[in-house]
Design a protein around this ligand. Structure first.
Ligand SMILES: [Zn+2]
Length: 256
């Protein structure tokens, strides 16, 4: 197959040859004749890029493609989560259809690698996770999807939360999630011990939402790093958002 008259990475007009699914040649555009229509894709001078990756998407919390709905949540993670609980089942279409619609729109626009959160908690159980798993299965030929079991309601505030998180790992989640261990659960060591304990037990990577500000957020980040090193999980632990890390004071560099 040839993709003709395209600009790889915005470079010069080129013809790109694909053999067995891989790029085998890139040549200056030669105005190739259309004698083999079925194996030529006309690039029309457009950009040629690798497919996009969305590494932080909440496929179970989307209203893409649905009518506008005013924001009714209050401030803070807990209040917004409560608001979501009251409303997520009552959207115009089911959660499974919303996941499917969002994925279809993403794929149509070139995003074929996704890392999606799926909320698991005492209210939703595995319902939202199952919707994202169903979406992954439906689009398996078109997109690579990793799913993070996301305990948005914390792990210590409601009975059974840790058990549901573990159930999610058995039900198709690829990654163990966590969230704001100080401000939400108010017991960072206990929260992180559950998250890292499950990761170790099930051999899964970790992705933790950290919205905590300033010194508190950096304290949580330190605890995460400490556990990452203790379990030799370097390269398998991600802090999402991590605003506090971006605002950390610059380390003092040696002057000579
Ligand atoms: Zn998020």
């Amino acid at each position: 197959m040839w993709i003709t008259n395209c600009r790889p990475w915005g470079g010069n007009l080129s013809d790109v040859e694909i053999t067995n699914g891989s790029i085998s040649a890139v040549r200056p555009a030669a105005g190739r004749a259309s004698d083999a229509q079925d194996s030529i894709v006309e690039g029309n001078g457009r950009l040629l890029l690798p497919t996009f990756a969305d590494v932080h998407v909440h496929l179970d919390s989307t209203r893409l493609g649905l009518p506008f709905r005013p924001h009714t949540g209050g401030p803070g993670v807990w209040t917004m989560m409560q608001n979501d609980r009251q409303n997520w089942r009552d959207a115009e279409v089911s959660i499974t259809e919303r996941v499917d619609l969002a994925m279809s729109m993403m794929i149509a626009r070139g995003t074929t690698r996704m890392r999606s959160f799926a909320q698991v908690d005492a209210d939703a159980g595995l319902e939202r996770l199952e919707a994202v798993v169903a979406g992954r299965e439906k689009h398996t030929a078109r997109a690579d999807v990793q799913i993070i079991a996301f305990p948005q309601a914390g792990l210590l505030r409601e009975a059974g939360s840790a058990e549901i998180l573990e159930d999610a790992l058995r039900a198709g989640a690829d990654v163990v999630g966590g969230i704001d261990p100080c401000t939400l659960d108010r017991d960072p060591a206990k929260h992180l011990d559950i998250v890292f304990g499950l990761a170790e037990k099930h051999h899964k990577p970790i992705d933790i939402h950290l919205h905590e500000p300033g010194a508190l957020g950096r304290f949580s980040a330190d605890l995460i790093i400490e556990r990452t090193k203790a379990l030799s999980m370097q390269g398998n632990v991600l802090i999402s958002h991590g605003y506090a890390c971006g605002k950390a004071p610059k380390p003092k560099l040696p002057t000579s």
